[in-house]
Design a binder for this molecule. Structure first.
Ligand SMILES: [Zn+2]
Length: 765
């Protein structure tokens, strides 16, 4: 009897809803809509060509059974699966991990906040916002200089943990806070954000759900999503806090559910829950132009409005949200769109409320890919936080002034002693006006001399562009073939510098070769020591391939604007089997024709490459090599790298800095898949390479062959030149020819006393 009692007790304490991961094949288009109508949470699904995979509660699974939906079970117990790959012994020197498989427990979140506040009392302020349903504290922390004073600085908001099973949403915020504080006064950007912004964080909006997850799964993996209100007799309790905001609350039953047992249950009235009331009251007290409400997962960046398919937000606002969004996802590759664009409509959602009611550009980043799931394995915590560092920084910048500087040269040849204009325009991309005046300062290499180096503008309003046109001129003080640079710096009273840099080669230039690989050419494939058996260079139209995370491995398009073809390393026939046609078993070599560059003083080569080797058994262990020869025997590296880019990337080299220019200039491009000491298995990796738009620009010496006035050609103007000039003027006319261009100062084809006068004046001045 006693034993039975214990069993009952234990099972009561730890009984929890079992979540499974399932796969539905051959889905018709209406399936997603159907699932959301019956209240199944599909915030996070993996969509293949004709299947979807997602997590589902037992309660919701019974609905699928009721409606005879066929599915396969991938993970019988998702919590078990997540917890099996979490590791409490995992350590990082750079970032403090928590005790729940690396994730912070609720107490650890509170302790970390107070530790941060104690360590940086002048740079942080901790604010108690209120209590959750079960009475737990919800805190906000502010990062700013003079944190205890409300300064007149642009504010930004970052929140986490609307959903209790999405712990990356707060781990990422602690990582960003650490970055800001540890780099303050060492890194210009961190210093600027702390000095000139007020960055607010609410890391854990749903503490009760988190504590419940800790209780049922102390090492991580708990699957409770909602808060802990008692709403359901035989299923999952709680209100979905991210359906409880007032804007378009209960707009329809597709974007949120009226059923207390459903994962998307919206509560019985808008802001019925203390947690959403706390967020509402806090946001209303502040002035946030922009915000992030973090969730996980799906590698998405979602902007409002999300309550219906035809986004009713004004196009001007959408343009800005898309412009910022495209910038923010440029490195992490998250898909950008509104909720309905990417998934399906929701209503009563936090970002819709922030934007719909208050005009805040509020985004939902969904951290992590399908394999990461709700509880990414411990070793993924830091990489996932890192891939969101740039968007977090960007958000902090654009809430105030942020400048995009464009500086352009209208000429592409630069010869000595000519004047050239520099065209400058400046765009205040941010949501805040300039802090005071805007200062422009031009720096350049020694041989580039500007007539005007500093320009001040009174101010530049948010989203305003000022086109200064050809505002200043410079001349070149060097012979041909030298590399020169110009940097245009722009800043306001925040003191943080934005800039645009230009590099150019001096001399008369012309494009000698512009190879877009659209038609037959003299390029050849294969070196005597090439060993690759598969993925050999070929000319044609590439087919894209994808890895299991849906990242591109091989490009599916060439680079040329009006073209189809490029050189690439072989096509397979299955886009989802990237290993089928990648480079295997050694290297493959592509040779350019031989070029005669002997007549030129300098040459620039430029090409667009694609190279990935960061996937497969041995990520980043293989090489992309580009070499040049000027004698057909000795090859010099232009590139020798294991860095991957699964996008088209431009490379440029000043050739004469690597080899002297002869009539035997040739290039080779090598993609290598080789076995190296310590490689896994046979050393195979996923290697794909491509090459397009190869260009050679050449420069002719522009050195003045006739330095007018320098009659003895010693590089100086002095009395010795006058002596030669006088001798010439007095001497016979038939000796004038060879000196005419040096000595005819006024260009009248005569040598006489007037030329002497001009030369003497030149010397005296
Ligand atoms: Zn979520």
């Amino acid at each position: 009897m006693r034993i039975l009692y214990i069993c009952v007790y234990v099972s009561f304490l730890f009984s929890s809803e079992i979540y499974k991961e399932i796969n539905i094949e051959n889905i018709p288009n209406s399936t997603l809509k159907f699932l959301s109508v019956i209240g199944v949470d599909i915030d996070h699904i993996y969509q293949g060509d004709d299947f979807i995979q997602f997590a589902i509660s037992q309660h919701d699974l019974e609905k699928l059974d009721l409606y005879n939906v066929d599915y396969n079970i991938i993970h019988e117990d998702l919590e078990q699966f997540y917890s099996s790959r979490l590791d409490n012994s995992y350590q990082s020197r750079d970032f403090e991990l928590g005790s729940m498989g690396g994730y912070y427990t609720y107490d650890e979140i509170i302790n970390r906040l107070s530790d941060i506040n104690n360590q940086y009392p002048d740079l942080t302020e901790l604010i108690f916002l209120g209590n959750s349903l079960e009475g737990r504290d919800i805190w906000a922390i502010k990062l700013s200089d003079n944190a205890n004073i409300d300064e007149n600085e642009p504010e930004a908001l970052y929140t986490g943990l609307h959903h209790a099973r999405e712990p990356m949403s707060y781990m990422n915020l602690f990582y960003f806070m650490d970055w800001l504080l540890e780099n303050y006064e060492f890194d210009n950007l961190a210093t600027h954000l702390i000095n000139n912004r007020e960055l607010w964080f609410i890391p854990a909006i749903n503490p009760d759900g988190l504590v419940y997850n800790q209780t049922i799964a102390p090492n991580g993996g708990g699957m409770q999503r909602k808060n802990m209100l008692n709403t359901c007799n035989n299923g999952v309790d709680g209100v979905d806090l991210n359906r409880n905001y007032s804007y378009m609350w209960a707009y329809d039953n597709e974007g949120s559910s009226p059923d207390g047992c459903d994962e998307t249950y919206r509560g019985n009235s808008p802001f019925s829950e203390p947690e959403t009331q706390i967020v509402r009251d806090f946001v209303l007290e502040h002035d946030f132009p922009i915000a992030f409400n973090y969730h996980s997962y799906s590698n998405l960046l979602i902007y409002p409005l999300g309550y219906e398919y035809d986004n009713p937000a004004p196009q001007d606002d959408l343009d800005i949200m898309i412009e910022y969004g495209e910038d923010m996802v440029q490195f992490n590759g998250y898909a950008l769109g509104s909720g309905p664009d990417l998934l399906y409509p929701v209503n009563g959602e936090a970002c819709d409320w922030m934007y719909g009611e208050l005009g805040i550009f509020a985004y939902t980043p969904e951290i992590g890919n399908y394999n990461d799931g709700f509880w990414p394995q411990t070793s993924r915590i830091i990489p996932l936080a890192e891939e969101n560092l740039y968007p977090n920084q960007f958000l902090g910048l654009v809430t105030g002034s942020k400048y995009v500087v464009s500086a352009n040269l209208s000429s592409d040849s630069f010869v000595q002693n000519e004047l050239y204009p520099l065209n400058i325009s400046i765009f205040n991309q941010g949501l805040g006006d300039s802090n005071g005046s805007v200062y422009i300062n031009i720096e350049s290499s020694d041989n580039v001399v500007f007539e005007l180096e500093n320009i001040n503008l009174n101010n530049l309003s948010s989203r305003e562009t000022i086109d200064l046109g050809d505002i200043t001129y410079f001349f070149i003080n060097s012979a041909s073939g030298t590399l020169e640079n110009i940097r245009v710096n722009v800043y306001d009273d925040d003191g943080y510098e934005y800039y645009s840099e230009i590099e150019f080669l001096t001399g008369e230039s012309q494009i000698l070769i512009n190879e877009d690989f659209e038609s037959n050419n003299d390029w050849t494939v294969g070196a005597f020591d090439d060993l690759a058996q598969d993925g050999i260079w070929e000319l044609g139209v590439p087919n894209s391939t994808f890895d299991e995370n849906n990242n591109l491995v091989q490009t599916g398009t060439d680079h040329s604007e009006n073209g189809l073809n490029c050189y690439f390393t072989g096509n397979g026939d299955n886009p989802y089997s990237p290993g089928q046609s990648d480079v295997d078993g050694g290297k493959t070599t592509l040779f350019s024709p031989v070029y005669d560059l002997s007549e030129y003083s300098a040459a620039l080569i430029s090409y667009w490459k694609w190279y990935t080797n960061n996937q497969g058994n041995n990520p980043n262990s293989d090489y992309w090599i580009v070499q040049v020869t000027n004698d057909g025997e000795n090859w010099v590296d232009l590139e020798n790298t294991n860095e991957s880019f699964n996008f088209w990337k431009n490379e440029q080299f000043i050739l004469n800095e690597y080899v002297s220019l002869t009539n035997q200039i040739q290039f080779k491009f090598i993609a290598d898949d080789s076995y190296y000491e310590g490689d896994n298995g046979s050393g195979g990796s996923l290697i794909e390479a491509a090459l397009d738009d190869f260009l050679i620009k050449v420069f002719t010496d522009n050195e003045d062959e006739c330095p007018i006035g320098d009659l003895n050609e010693d590089g100086l103007f002095n009395v010795l030149d006058v002596v030669v000039m006088v001798t010439l003027v007095l001497g016979p006319i038939d000796e004038w020819d060879i000196y005419l261009c040096l000595a005819d100062m006024n260009g009248d084809e005569q040598l006489n006393v007037q030329d002497i006068v001009i030369l003497v004046n030149l010397i005296l001045n």
